[in-house]
Design a protein around this ligand. Structure first.
Ligand SMILES: [Zn+2]
Length: 96
């Protein structure tokens, strides 16, 4: 069983947990942790500036995916952190 990185943004902590977990709550603050895309390397929490920049961008891209699915943001978009290009064709969308 492979592991995935889960991050608690409130505590600035990373934990490796089995990928089968749908959600994982932080043992310290009990907030729901964010499961990170397997391709991404998350900066070490003690590197505060890198950490903040990473999460600002990652959360932005997650919001953009939701907005794109809602039909906003036009017919094409590129997500630099995830390195994904999304295109809408007729009535569907797909990842390239
Ligand atoms: Zn926490």
């Amino acid at each position: 069983m492979s592991n995935r990185t889960f991050a608690c943004l409130r505590c600035r902590k990373l934990q490796r947990k089995p990928v089968s977990l749908a959600t994982f709550n932080c043992p310290q603050c009990h907030a729901e942790c964010i499961c990170v895309h397997w391709k991404l390397h998350v900066p070490a929490p003690r590197k505060r500036r890198k950490w903040d920049r990473f999460w600002a961008q990652y959360l932005l891209e997650l919001r953009m995916i939701e907005q794109f699915r809602d039909g906003q943001l036009g017919d094409e978009m590129y997500l630099p952190l995830l390195n994904q290009r999304w295109q809408r064709r007729a009535n569907d969308y797909r990842v390239r």
